[in-house]
Design a protein around this ligand. Structure first.
Ligand code: PLP
Ligand code: LYS
Length: 443
């Protein structure tokens, strides 16, 4: 802490500029401190849909899809549906020409309900239940990504024609991210280890299974990673394995899926993912390694989720209570049920009081939720000293892994998901009601 941090009056009052790179592209802060997203006032959104509410800048999502396609024109971009899955978002993804990664029969059902093209769908997961596998085969998904020896037999026993599959490999690359979302190293539950030969043994088993057709390899080293070199290293190792498989089995696998995991900034000053650098270095690494091993350059797939939808989302909360003391607690009408990420990963956020002007100095506060846990903390940030019940808070970069991680803790209904575009708000998913909560309860 510096001296300035201890003296509220020196901390300044509300910054009139939105932190660059953190808020949706269509976000604009007016001089009266009204936050507009895609020319829709967030005070109007809060009035119409109530709070908490997840707001999505549709054009931001579309722009991110297009940026990926422009940077990687010959690479298949498969949106990781787990990051934010609903029909409205999948329609955007389908319209933008992306493929889709699903990891359960439930996610597949959403995709299926809008007729997402089956050949552009990949099924993932370390556990795929019989229902998941049957649903995938029933819809005719393009590829299933095999994650265990058990699954080889389980899937093989269900197929009637040879199902195209990839094998998920753990390449032994650490993306330097939170341990709960680190998946490229040995000692975690996903994939077959490259280092101990498990991946090579899985290849032999799949090749011997008549119900499966091995078309390529997959890896996913983790999430919220900005170090491009980690993806480059993983790709290099995977091409090495493709060449080894050719040498050992005489089989040339044409597809290489290097997963997703591209990080986004949540706080000012955090590194943005270098998409152009990633595209160049991925292409160079794969071309170089393929050339060196005289292996035909494989067709590439990537699976970004967070970096497609994360920055497009903003959560709106209403301040319910302010408790002033040694710590000032600003308690809002949502919390860990709509955002468990601070509790799960120590995630931090950029938060603003919006909707009315304030010239009060900024003071440190702890933004907490309404749930029955002391750990229900959303953020530790600076907000205007005159913050009061009824004020509106906007939390940035909540498009990915918020709606999809939300729960009904304390029988609180999940917030609505609202898309905004060209001055118009469109409800994608309505708020969960008490009737919804009671609907499954058999009494
Ligand atoms: C197999 C797979 N692909 C893609 C992703 C998408 O990750 P992210 O949202 O970090 O891009 C995940 C989640 O980490 C995943 O498990
Ligand atoms: N849920 C995690 C990301 C998980 C990535 C999925 N494999 C997060 O919110 O950061």
């Amino acid at each position: 802490m510096t001296l300035v941090d201890h003296i509220p009056t020196l901390r300044g009052s509300l910054n009139r500029r939105l932190e660059p790179g953190i808020w949706p592209r269509g976000a604009h802060l007016r001089t009266d401190n009204e936050l507009e997203i895609a020319r829709v006032e967030t005070t109007q959104l809060a009035a119409r849909f109530a709070t908490p509410a997840y707001v999505l800048d549709e054009d931001d999502i579309r722009a991110r899809c297009r940026a990926y396609r422009a940077a990687l024109p010959d690479v298949e971009i498969a949106y990781a549906g787990k990051s934010l899955m609903c029909r409205g978002v999948l329609r955007i993804i389908a319209e933008e020409g992306l493929s889709l990664d699903v990891c359960s029969a439930g996610e597949l059902a959403v995709a299926r309900s809008i007729g997402f093209p089956a050949e552009r769908i990949l099924l993932h997961g370390n556990v795929k239940t019989a229902e998941d596998l049957k649903a995938a085969l029933g819809y005719g998904v393009g590829r299933v990504v095999i994650d265990s020896l058990d699954e080889i037999h389980q899937l093989g026993a269900l197929t009637t024609t040879a199902q195209p599959v990839l094998i998920r490999v753990t390449p032994g690359v650490d993306g330097s991210t939170h341990h709960a979302i680190t998946t490229g190293v040995d000692g975690q539950k996903f994939g077959f280890s490259l280092a101990d030969g498990a991946a090579e043994r899985a290849v032999a088993r799949v090749l011997a299974e008549p119900g499966l057709r091995l078309v390529g390899l997959h890896c996913h080293i983790g999430s919220q990673i900005t170090r491009v070199a980690a993806f480059e290293e993983a790709a290099r190792r995977m091409v090495g394995l493709l060449a080894l498989i050719r040498d050992l089995h005489g089989v040339v696998l044409r597809q290489l899926d290097v997963g997703g995991g591209h990080g986004i900034p949540y706080l000012p000053g955090e590194t943005e993912f270098d998409l152009t650098g990633f595209a160049n270095r991925l292409r160079c690494a794969v071309n170089y390694e393929s050339g060196r091993r005289r292996f035909p350059v494989p067709a590439l797939t990537i699976e970004p989720g967070r970096s497609i939808v994360g920055p497009a989302g903003v959560t709106l909360y209403r301040v319910a209570v302010v408790k002033r003391g040694a710590t000032t607690f600003v308690a809002v009408d949502g919390g860990m049920s709509d955002n468990p990420r601070p509790a799960l990963y120590g995630a931090r956020y950029t938060v603003r009081m919006v909707g009315r002007p304030s010239s009060a100095p900024l003071v440190p506060v702890t933004v907490v939720g309404r749930h029955c846990e002391a750990g229900d903390v959303l953020a530790e940030v600076d907000l205007p000293a005159d913050i009061a019940a009824g004020d509106l808070l906007a939390v940035a970069a909540t498009g990915a892994y918020h709606y999809s991680l939300s729960s009904n803790y304390n029988a609180v209904g999940r917030p609505p998901l609202v898309a905004v575009r060209d001055g118009v708000a469109r409800l994608l998913v309505r708020r969960e009601t008490e009737d919804d909560l009671l609907a499954r309860d058999q009494g």
